[in-house]
Design a protein around this ligand. Structure first.
Ligand SMILES: Cc1ncc(COP(=O)(O)O)c(C=O)c1O
Length: 401
């Protein structure tokens, strides 16, 4: 039975893509944008751009007000206690790099950092490089057969030497939610700082950072239907106080002479240079739009499309789904057929999915694979999108076999 998306028309690019015979099923890489975002960008650029936190003039005051209102909206979205706990970065990657540099001073040789076996390179490489700079041990938490961090093993591996735990909330390859409450509580009891990579998790459901109990939470605006070039780093107050400044320049400084300077606290002290002003304002407008939707209807819609996707994959001979996906995406391989060949045939038929290692090479290697196809869903997809994917897959497999 056809399942429409009630929100599809809010995303003008979906109709434009359809006119180009494209079915967009790569939203875990980046999402299409709602009209509300396009309107906000148009309004900002159409009414006078200005730099923030500096100018006395009216356009500067308006831009600063809109920019800071977005910070309030992000804080409300995450249920942060205070908007000053929200630092704008250029994406999840830059937020994680900020943490790896800003916290570096707190590590001593032999200390341990724990991450999981499923991390995106963005939540692996900054810690790997920090470990190399400081002679630390990077501990990799193994997965169970479903593709979740194995809690029993993790609780053994996170101990008094663990200074930091950094884990994804929702895997970008396996679509599995990680057992964060138990992991975070255990790590904190050991005195470790906790970092949650919310790049995928933030897109599905509302998450309360206070309830989650993490020290830091990061995400990218562009995966949450917002503009590119904007990321968010939320920090618990006492955790933010441990961060040393890492990028230096305008906006973040309190006083400077030729030989020394003092710096502002979070958030502005960690937003050196001109921030992505339009992007931040656009993220605020996107959150307003998302907040206006019926969250449980969105959840039901995505869950139903996801079931359709999983059933269809399971029904096809030789298709192997990676892990046990719980939300919004599924990665798979087909026996005897290279993922790049399938991807090529899907692309030729106008199906936009992702193939390859999904920026998680060690995970794919651990599964004995050099790549997989990932289909990812968003609130604007409908059941015809999923069906078109299956029709194209069947046709492609028929040719390849
Ligand atoms: C789980 C996860 N973490 C981090 C990132 C990095 O996000 P960005 O490239 O927007 O910085 C991604 C992007 O795919 C991701 O899926």
């Amino acid at each position: 039975m056809f399942q429409p998306s009630p929100w599809r028309a809010d995303f003008p690019a979906i109709a434009a893509l359809q006119r180009q015979h494209q079915t967009y099923l790569d939203s875990a890489a980046t999402t299409q944008k709602p009209q509300a975002l396009l309107d906000a960008l148009n309004h900002y650029y159409g009414h006078g751009a200005a730099n923030v936190h500096r100018a006395q003039h009216l356009p500067g005051a308006l831009a600063t007000q809109a920019f800071e209102t977005s910070r309030d909206k992000v804080a409300a979205w995450l249920n942060a206690a205070d908007a000053r706990q929200v630092i704008f970065t250029h994406g999840a990657t830059s937020a994680l790099n900020l943490l790896a540099y800003g916290l570096e001073h707190g590590f001593n040789e032999g200390d341990e950092i724990a991450i999981s076996a499923l991390e995106h390179h963005a939540n692996l490489l900054p810690w790997q490089q920090l470990a190399r700079r400081r002679n630390l041990r990077l501990v990799i938490l193994p997965l169970d057969e479903h593709g979740c961090i194995d809690l029993n093993q993790a609780l053994q591996l996170i101990g008094p030497r663990t200074r930091l735990l950094a884990v994804s909330q929702l895997s970008n390859v396996l679509g599995t939610w990680q057992p964060l409450p138990a992991l975070l509580a255990h790590a904190r009891a050991q005195g470790a700082l906790t970092v949650v990579d919310g790049a995928q998790g933030v897109v599905h459901g509302r998450h309360d950072v206070q309830q989650l109990g993490c020290d830091f939470y990061v995400f990218s605006s562009h995966k949450l239907y917002g503009p590119e070039g904007v990321g968010v780093l939320y920090g618990r107050q006492h955790a933010l106080q441990q961060l040393l400044h890492w990028q230096f320049g305008g906006e973040m400084v309190q006083l400077a002479d030729y030989h020394s300077a003092s710096f502002r606290p979070a958030p502005l002290g960690f937003e050196a240079g001109t921030p992505p002003i339009a992007g931040v304002i656009g993220l605020g407008a996107t959150l307003d739009y998302l907040a206006s939707l019926d969250a449980s209807a969105v959840e039901r819609h995505e869950a139903s499309l996801h079931q359709h996707l999983l059933r269809g994959l399971a029904d096809r001979d030789g298709v192997r789904i990676l892990g046990t996906p719980q939300t919004a995406l599924a990665s798979f391989v087909v026996d005897g057929v290279h993922n790049a060949d399938i991807a090529h045939l899907l692309t030729e038929q106008g199906i936009a999915v992702r193939a390859g290692h999904h920026c998680a090479m060690p995970l794919l290697q651990g599964l004995g694979l050099d790549g997989a196809i990932r289909v990812s869903l968003a609130l604007y997809n409908d059941s015809d999108d999923v069906q078109r994917f299956f029709d194209a897959l069947d046709q492609g497999l028929e040719m390849l076999r």
